[in-house]
Design a protein around this ligand. Sequence first.
Ligand code: SAM
Length: 325
Amino acid sequence: MLIDGHGRTVNYLRISVTERCNFRCQYCMPEKPFSWVPKENLLTFEELFLFVKVAIDGGVNKIRLTGGEPLLREDLDKFIKMISDYKPEIDLALTTNGYLLPEAAQRLKDAGLKRLNISLDSLKSDVAAKIAGKDVLAKVLKGIDKALEVGLKVKINMVPLKGINDDEILDLLDYCKAHNMKIRFIEYMENRHADQSLKGMHGKEILEKVKERHTIEALGREGASPSFNYALEDGTEFGLIDPHKHDFCENCNRIRLTAEGNLIPCLYFDEAMSIAESVKKGDIQGAADVLAQVLKDKPKENRWSEDNPNEEKEISSRAFYETGG
Ligand code: SAM
């Protein structure tokens, strides 16, 4: 079992396989970064897999591939198959914007992927285009249909933004209900890479919107998930991810790995250690030592909390597209 310095069990690894993205979402990567990580600095899937084995052997039983846009990385299905063949019972999931799913969904499923989280911030094509920086909605909806058709379990992520898509919370809830998918509303997390004019909706405001049409019952958190679950009067469930409350930090079970090999103990903090040197040499013990040190140093909690009004509510200088959100 992997235990961190605060006694928490860590069993969840998120891997950002690329920082590159085909969307320019206002809250994440509104403009193309000045430079991308050079291709030669990216770990190969074989190198990433060496670390994956160390993590799985240590006790990781849930892996999520993310980015950037993970479907931009060539041969992602081969990496999925490597992980799935090594430990078929692993909870193997992917977070994507869905744009490339119409072509990729079947391959991902065949390789052993089990679940997908798809970002869908609007059902209006002009609003979706405004948020993502290009006309994306039709292809994303097609991607969602395809993922469901091939039998992948799908959850939807929406980031409600004031004055942009805050009037679509109920519509997205209806859409997800009709497609038998769970939606999770994510509070916008302030960060220096986003469009600084954005204003996110607070968790309480999101719940107020839902209550305009529904009665809701609080169900609680599902294990160590940052999502707090609610049920509508007919039993339909939805989730709210509200990092500004940060009461999920005490159950945090995750670490993050970037495409360059930085192992990050917390989305909020800059601190990270690199596994690149170890995995490039095939040094399993070296990679395990880095993992042990990162677990020891994992911070107690993030600093988005409203209990800390003087703290800057920001994440590390690292962008979401680098760490995978
Ligand atoms: N490209 C993929 C996608 O769009 O889902 C995966 C990467 S994206 C960084 C992962 C998740 O982070 C998405 O659900 C996105 O909505 C969320 N995200 C990115 N920036 C965010 C922010 N500033 N606040 C809240 N969520 C954010």
